[in-house]
Design a protein around this ligand. Structure first.
Ligand code: SF4
Length: 447
């Protein structure tokens, strides 16, 4: 426990002050002193992530508590700032302050086994360190925590709550059902925040969202054989931008910059892994293995690719509510677990991954439930897969040493497989070259 943790129950105002100050200083610092090793797109993602969360926390009256999978174009069209549990919790963890909030939430009756992102958010709001927004809006995707936390906060603080029920499978009837709910949410938001929604602006944002996601899809193939200089924290920041800022001009710019950066990136001959779920970005033993490492890299994660469509969209921005509904129903985190597995297989194939990691974050029953299916299906598709249990938010609950030993052994195995594949490819190339020379010389064999 640190001094700030002791202030949580007695002086939430002091905790609030120092946390906001820490986020503001970090935001100013990264703008003034950008890391030299980073691609321009990575710098932009970092700045956008820091700004979107800090500015929402600074201005709770113009923010909306929401879940990561909710379409946010409606809120942005109204000039509102969406704030999600994972982002608040990760920022608090980034400031090394998650422990006090976890303990506070558990003291208030939140189960120890609850998703730690939500536990930290609940601790921070129940202790009144952070104010609750006038509207809380969430959807049934993807987890029990999303279904419980937001209702609980709305009841406790007496604020408006909108819940979007999302069917597991896509069909046109379901799409109209979700679109109607989104339309009602837009009406509720206009009433609560006393401002009108301009449908033309909404359409522009939805069109931009589709272009951004299509750019993101294109970026996958461009990562092959290139050093993308990624780390676990950056991957989470990209995931945050492509959810809370989707539809905004800066987010589209980010997707374009990524394409440009990857086109110009240095070649990479190491091992590539695709990550499923959140990352324990603070875990030093895992950082040593994966972060900005020329031997192995985290090439992509499904947290950035859950919303993309590899087959195009049925609804365009001319029907903005239907387009957002389609994206939400088709999200790879919605519906049966096999959809997440299929999405991982598609990412692995496009990025030519050597293997995959399924990270079972503490309290995330969805990932736990799907993990063995993911191992079975990805391995049968040719992608060795490891399941790592840990905590992506509470560092006290995940020292990471044992996980690093397992991941290290897994990466060694991927290197050995890659070396064997390279040797085989070399032999084959050599055989073909020698046959060509023999044909040219008219001899039977030059070996
Ligand atoms: S980590 Fe799992 S349980 Fe926690 S918010 Fe995300 S999907 Fe829900």
């Amino acid at each position: 426990m640190n001094a700030l943790d002791y202030c949580i129950p007695t002086r939430p105002d002091i905790t609030h002050y120092w946390l906001i100050k820490a986020f503001q200083v970090k935001r100013a610092w990264t703008r003034a002193f950008p890391d030299k090793w980073m691609h321009p797109s990575a710098l932009l993602a970092q700045n956008l992530a820091l700004d979107t969360v800090t500015s929402a926390l600074e201005d709770p009256e113009n923010s909306v508590f929401t879940s990561i999978f909710m379409p946010n174009e409606i809120f942005h069209s109204l000039g509102l700032k969406p704030l999600i549990a994972e982002a608040v919790a990760d920022f608090i963890a980034g400031a090394h302050a998650e422990l006090g909030f976890t303990i506070y939430a558990e003291d208030q009756g939140v189960p120890q086994t609850y998703c730690s992102f939500h536990k930290v958010l609940l601790g921070a709001t129940m202790a009144e360190v952070f104010g609750v927004s006038p509207l809380i809006a969430n959807c049934s995707v993807a987890c029990d925590a999303n279904n419980i936390t937001f209702r609980m906060l709305a009841n406790r603080f007496g604020v408006e709550h909108v819940y979007i029920d999302v069917p597991g499978e896509y069909d046109e009837e379901g799409c109209f059902y979700v679109a109607e709910q989104l339309r009602e949410m837009a009406e509720a938001a206009q009433d609560i925040y006393h401002r009108p929604l301009d449908e033309k602006v909404l359409k522009e944002k939805v069109a931009r969202s589709q272009r951004t996601l299509d750019n993101l899809t294109r970026s996958l193939r461009l990562r092959v054989g290139r050093y993308i200089k990624n780390n676990m924290g950056l991957e989470m920041q990209h995931g945050l931008c492509f959810h809370t800022l989707l539809g905004e001009p800066e987010c589209e710019r980010l997707s374009r910059l990524m394409i440009r950066d990857y086109l110009n990136a240095e070649p990479f001959d190491g091992v590539n892994v695709v990550w499923s779920s959140t990352t324990p970005f603070f875990c030093i033993p895992l950082q040593r293995l994966l972060d900005v490492n020329t031997d192995q890299q985290l090439i992509a994660s499904d947290m950035c690719f859950d919303q993309v469509s590899f087959t195009g969209w049925n609804h365009t921005a001319d029907e903005p509510y239907l387009a957002m509904a389609e994206r939400l129903i088709r999200d790879s985190y919605n519906g049966p677990g096999i959809r997440r597995v299929d999405r991982m297989a598609e990412i692995c194939e496009r990025a030519q991954a050597d293997g995959a990691v399924c990270f079972c974050h503490w309290g995330c029953k969805e990932t736990m439930g799907v993990s063995q299916l993911m191992v079975r299906e990805l391995e049968s598709a040719g992608y060795p897969t490891i399941v790592i249990d840990g905590d992506g938010c509470d560092r006290g609950n995940f020292p990471g040493g044992q996980a690093a030993t397992r991941l290290g052994a897994f990466l060694e195995m991927l290197h050995a497989k890659k070396d064997a594949r390279d040797a085989e490819a070399f032999e084959q190339e050599l055989e073909e070259a020698l046959e060509g020379v023999a044909d040219e010389m008219g001899t039977g064999d030059v070996r």
